[in-house]
Design a protein around this ligand. Structure first.
Ligand code: AMP
Length: 116
């Protein structure tokens, strides 16, 4: 089990966010520090996986669902086209160790390094 993170508190409702999409396994909400016109985080409800490599190995169905939710967000909030970024490891800019996908669409901040 990963240590408790801010995203664990969002899943439990302790920290309120605007839920943009929700399935049994996944929620999506706006990034508080947007790097593009559309910048949404898609996270699994489980707190078990720290990064996408662990999730892919342990629960590939949830990873597939995250991708489907990302497409849904892009369909609803952009033109259906998007970047999907998983920072994996501190050196890659990961700051929250509860696996999450950044969905980015629309105009991007120049030289954006998501999450840093
Ligand atoms: P990463 O650097 O890939 O770990 O991304 C973590 C992201 O979570 C950053 O882009 C932050 O802006 C975002 N973030 C952290 N806390 C919150 C929060 N309470 N609500 C929304 N986004 C958050």
């Amino acid at each position: 089990m990963a240590e408790e993170t801010v995203f664990g508190k969002i899943v439990s409702g302790e920290i309120p966010v605007e839920i943009l999409a929700e399935t049994d396994r996944v929620i999506a909400f706006p990034d508080m520090n947007p790097q593009a016109a559309v910048h949404v985080l898609v996270i699994p409800k489980t707190t078990k996986y720290r990064n996408v490599v662990e999730l892919a190995a342990g629960d590939p169905e949830t990873l597939t669902e995250m991708v489907a939710v990302a497409q849904h967000i892009a369909d609803e909030h952009a033109e259906g086209e998007f970047r999907l970024i998983f920072n994996s490891g501190e050196g890659a800019g990961q700051t929250v160790f509860h696996v999450h996908a950044h969905v980015l669409a629309g105009a991007f901040k120049e030289q954006s390094l998501v999450g840093s």
